[in-house]
Design a protein. Structure first.
Length: 166
């Protein structure tokens, strides 16, 4: 019991939180599935002809990932902005470990918060928000992190996944 109380003091008071799905479950039509199957089959045959077995294994793995992600429902992840850091599901990140943030708001398709981690690779978290005001998020996070005004769009990986429904 004492450990939970110390954890709460360490993390600080919760200011804002919301949940989002682990990944977006796209509505895909039969032409999407047919196109992906044909493309995957052509790439697989090419790999076998060129003896590129590692790429063939990767193609099979991507197919299996797409299949299982379609069959299963995404988990719900809780994101919280706290006084001393952020909480992504059950992992706490103090503000000292974070470098900044940027928000992409282009409704109805794109509503994302990006939080930049303070490491040599400048990796980031991509956090969707649906019903939360981007102004409210910006106002709260600006007290603790610097907003990166050089970034004005969504990350390539998010745009690619959204456009091609993967």
């Amino acid at each position: 019991m004492k450990n939970k109380k110390q954890e709460k003091i360490k993390k600080g008071e919760e200011i804002l939180s919301w949940t989002f799905p682990e990944y977006e479950k796209h509505q895909r039509g039969k032409y999407w599935y047919l196109s992906v199957f044909v493309l995957g089959s052509l790439l697989f045959v090419y790999c076998l002809k060129t003896s590129n077995f590692l790429f063939a294994i990767i193609i099979v793995m991507v197919g299996l990932i797409l299949f299982f992600s379609h069959k299963n429902n995404p988990l719900k992840i809780k994101f919280s902005i706290l006084k001393n850091g952020i909480l992504l599901d059950d992992k706490f990140y103090p503000y000292l470990d974070l470098e900044g943030f940027w928000i992409v708001y282009d409704p109805p398709e794109v509503k994302r918060l990006y939080i930049i981690k303070n490491n040599i690779f400048k990796t980031y978290f991509s956090i969707p928000f649906k019903d939360i005001s981007p102004l409210e998020i910006r106002e709260i996070l600006s007290q603790y992190l610097e907003e990166d005004l050089t970034k004005d769009g969504e990350a390539f990986s998010d745009a690619f996944g959204r456009i091609f429904k993967i």
